[in-house]
Design a protein around this ligand. Structure first.
Ligand SMILES: *[C@@H]1O[C@H](CO)[C@@H](O)[C@H](O)[C@H]1NC(C)=O
Ligand SMILES: *[C@@H]1O[C@H](CO)[C@@H](O)[C@H](O)[C@H]1NC(C)=O
Ligand SMILES: *[C@@H]1O[C@H](CO)[C@@H](O)[C@H](O)[C@H]1NC(C)=O
Ligand SMILES: *[C@@H]1O[C@H](CO)[C@@H](O)[C@H](O)[C@H]1NC(C)=O
Length: 500
């Protein structure tokens, strides 16, 4: 009898123990920590710090980044923001890997996935700005082979805006990492791709293909690759007044010069992510359950991309390449591949950091007003960012997305499931795993967040949302204080006038 009772208690203890393990692994801590750490407190990470500068009023941004690092949502990341032309935050924290040996610093570089598209759109607006390309041209004007398969009417602008019908590639056209090193071969492989929608213009996010097509257009028009244009024209332009710590955008690691290759080899932080089982759990758990623990539902397009191979989401986001041919194929570790790193994939393999991305966003933002600090002529900025924005349900991303003509997203109601920054119009884009680059014309904000640990959300994630929320809060607070002050000043002036 006592035996039986003991057995009963044992069972309760075991069940409670398992529940606690389950809770610790999936819900209590973010995905960064090792399971041994989550469940048994082993292999704990050392104390993490957040370094860098914040202007008065913006100090909380450091605390917020620290929170993500401490609870296992963030491994290493950077955040940079400008407000009204002034740098208000430039911070970095955490570690480069889960070995916790090297601190993550502002000079580390990160593959930023689709934030690369912001950089590449800027390269194309720069080509228009210098009168070397007309973005309204049909692509076939410069690249006749592209006209095959109902694509003769497709323009460069359609391609930039994800409306050119090459969101995904037929199986035999999908490049391997090696194919990407041979740009002539790559061009011949992708040129004849039939239009995905029989020539009908629809919004279907070109997750990986856009950059390969754009690179060939750049070569045909200018004789230079996007990488070469970046190194010979854009980086010199951006760094005119910043010779000491240059802003950097590398389309992969080039084959030379040797000192650059070595420097990039040391500074590019490897990509890491949650375990497959952690992702599956967060994909299938109901929203209402997850929200009890402060987690948000994964975007349906990402769930499709990961788990349902025949969907358009999967064909665009994952299925169109690169084809790793049986080497490490799981995202994001597959993207640490050394051959792929040497390639140029202007949709997804820019290596940069938050300070460079935020600065690029800032010089684009300044183009809205024109003037000395602007990168683009007002008309070119207008063409890329203001004219003919299109809102429709994107076939790949499965939601109503507003795209500018240069293919950047417009967000007015927060990002994905988050209401961070709602009410403020942000324009920019986001990369798989969590990088973001946005600016707001109205609020004079430019910002970027770049992490090395890929979270499982579509438009940024809780790490960047919290930072954006706080940034917008401070900007709004400062603005309303200012308007009260100027209001009082006006009152004083008025009363002064009254006295006269
Ligand atoms: C670009 O081409 C379009 C259509 O052909 C034309 O209307 C426009 O004036 C051109 N723009 C420039 C800057 O040449
Ligand atoms: C072009 O589109 C038409 C329908 O608009 C379709 O019948 C035809 O098969 C398409 N051709 C190619 C090569 O995709
Ligand atoms: C394209 O046209 C062909 C032939 O007319 C048709 O079988 C196919 O379903 C169409 N595809 C799309 C995506 O509309
Ligand atoms: C997209 O927006 C339209 C118009 O506001 C709305 O009717 C539709 O339900 C939305 N679709 C999705 C998938 O959100």
């Amino acid at each position: 009898m006592t035996n039986g009772d003991g057995f009963g208690w044992m069972r309760i203890v075991v069940v409670l123990g398992l529940l606690n393990c389950f809770y610790s692994y999936f819900l209590r801590y973010g995905p960064v920590f090792h399971w041994q750490h989550k469940m048994f407190g082993l292999y704990a990470q050392p104390l993490v710090g957040v370094y860098g500068t914040t202007e008065p009023g913006y100090e909380n941004l450091k605390t917020i980044m620290h929170k993500g690092l401490k609870n296992g949502e963030d491994l290493g990341s950077q955040f940079t923001a400008y407000v009204d032309g002034n740098l208000v935050a430039d911070i970095a924290g955490g570690f480069t890997t889960t070995h916790y040996k090297t601190r993550y610093r502002p000079y580390h570089l990160q593959q930023v996935f689709s934030c690369s598209k912001f950089v590449t759109s800027t390269v194309f607006l720069h080509l228009a700005n210098t009168n070397r390309i007309n973005l309204s041209d049909p692509i076939s004007k410069h690249w006749p082979e592209f006209s095959h398969g109902n694509k003769s009417h497709v323009t460069i602008q359609h391609l930039l805006q994800h409306r050119s019908g090459v969101a995904f590639l037929d199986k035999e056209r999908i490049p391997t990492p090696e194919d990407l090193l041979n740009l002539d071969l790559l061009a011949s492989k992708i040129a004849g791709q039939p239009h995905n929608f029989n020539g009908t213009q629809v919004s279907a996010y070109h997750a990986v293909t856009r950059g390969w097509y754009l690179n060939e257009i750049a070569r045909r028009v200018t004789g230079l690759t996007v990488r070469e244009i970046m190194y010979t024209e854009i980086m010199p332009l951006l760094n005119k007044n910043h010779p000491d710590s240059p802003f950097e955008f590398h389309y992969g690691i080039p084959d030379g010069p040797a000192d650059l290759v070595e420097s990039l080899g040391v500074r590019v932080a490897p990509l890491d992510s949650a375990s497959y089982i952690y992702k599956i759990f967060h994909a299938i758990a109901p929203n209402s359950f997850l929200s009890l623990f402060g987690h948000l539902k994964v975007d349906p397009a990402l769930i499709n991309a990961y788990f349902f191979k025949d969907t358009e989401s999967s064909k665009s986001l994952i299925g169109s390449g690169p084809d790793f041919k049986g080497r490490e194929a799981e995202f994001p570790w597959s993207y640490n591949d050394a051959v792929l790193r040497r390639s140029q994939s202007p949709s997804f393999n820019v290596l940069t950091n938050s300070r460079s991305l935020a600065w690029l966003a800032e010089v684009v933002r300044r183009s809205a007003e024109g003037g000395e600090a602007a990168m683009l002529a007002k008309e070119v900025y207008g063409f890329g960012y203001k004219e003919n924005r299109v809102t429709e349900v994107d076939r790949v991303l499965l939601g109503n997305i507003t795209f500018t003509q240069c293919g950047m997203g417009v967000f007015r109601d927060g990002f994905g499931p988050s209401k961070a920054g709602a009410g403020v119009e942000f324009v920019g884009w986001t990369g798989a795993g969590g990088s973001v680059v946005f600016f707001s014309e109205e609020f004079g904000i430019s910002l970027s967040f770049t992490p090395n640990f890929m979270e499982f959300q579509a438009v940024g994630d809780q790490r960047s949302w919290r930072l954006i929320e706080e940034l917008v809060r401070v900007v709004k607070e400062k603005r309303s204080k200012k308007s009260i002050e100027t209001g009082e000043k006006h009152k004083d002036e008025d009363s002064g006038r009254d006295e006269l």
